[in-house]
Write a protein that binds this ligand. Structure first.
Ligand code: C5P
Length: 205
């Protein structure tokens, strides 16, 4: 069973995917980490994320890099969003993701194009979304916990810019697959969102 979970940044798709993987006993891949790893490699080499050749060379990284805490930073997220518009980068990461999805027994993958491009034949597709305001507020609370002081307005603007880039890119833009279940988490707490996702998967099976 493949469970494809797509959605914009800070929608709750990561938390939901982890919980689904634990609940159904499946391995989980956060595909955003792959794009983040490429962004990070470009930054470490002082490359330009808008230069496709730089970004492509950076696609060849060991799996161990995915555990690097630096991948989780806002800065790396922004770089990931910039390298991910290059079709050559998406192509270079394609087989890694397909191989993960094809494991015997299945898998949960989350990202932007899992239900549309990476695993269009997934048994279950969820599109997890929330308003920009709700997502910015979550990010702001997360940052406050990490003692990072950022203006809510700044976070909102960053989220809106990232959405725009993901939605408007030509190759594999962020959108819900026609057969995806849409889960809006704007008014939901963590536990309620997880419960709704588990119910949606059970209904789809
Ligand atoms: O999900 P996360 O915020 O970690 O993803 C970082 C960036 O990587 C996204 O803004 C998006 O541009 C890109 N990405 C993508 N396709 C995926 C996963 C992530 O283009 N499947």
């Amino acid at each position: 069973m493949i469970i494809a979970v797509d959605g914009p940044t800070a929608s709750g798709k990561g938390t939901i995917s982890k919980a689904l993987a634990a609940h159904f006993g499946l391995p989980h891949l956060d595909t955003g980490l792959l794009y983040r790893a490429v962004g990070r490699q470009v930054a470490l080499n002082d490359g330009d994320p808008d230069d496709a050749a730089d970004a492509l060379a950076a696609c060849d990284f060991p799996d161990s890099l995915l555990a690097d805490p630096a991948l989780r930073s806002e800065e790396t997220g922004g770089l990931a969003s910039r390298v991910s518009v290059h079709p050559a980068v998406r192509q270079a990461l394609y087989e890694r993701q397909r191989a993960f999805a094809r494991q015997p027994g299945g898998a949960v993958l989350d990202g932007r194009d899992i239900g549309t491009v990476i695993a269009p034949d997934a048994e279950v597709k969820l599109f997890v979304t929330a308003s920009v305001q709700a997502r910015a507020m979550r990010r702001w609370l997360e940052m406050r916990d990490r003692e990072l002081d950022l203006e809510l307005r700044e976070i909102e603007a960053d989220i809106a810019a990232r959405d725009k880039r993901d939605i408007e890119r030509k190759d594999a833009p962020l959108r819900a697959a026609a057969d995806a279940f849409i889960l809006d988490t704007s008014g939901l707490g963590k536990e309620a969102a997880i419960a709704a996702a588990i119910e949606a998967v059970e209904q789809a099976l």
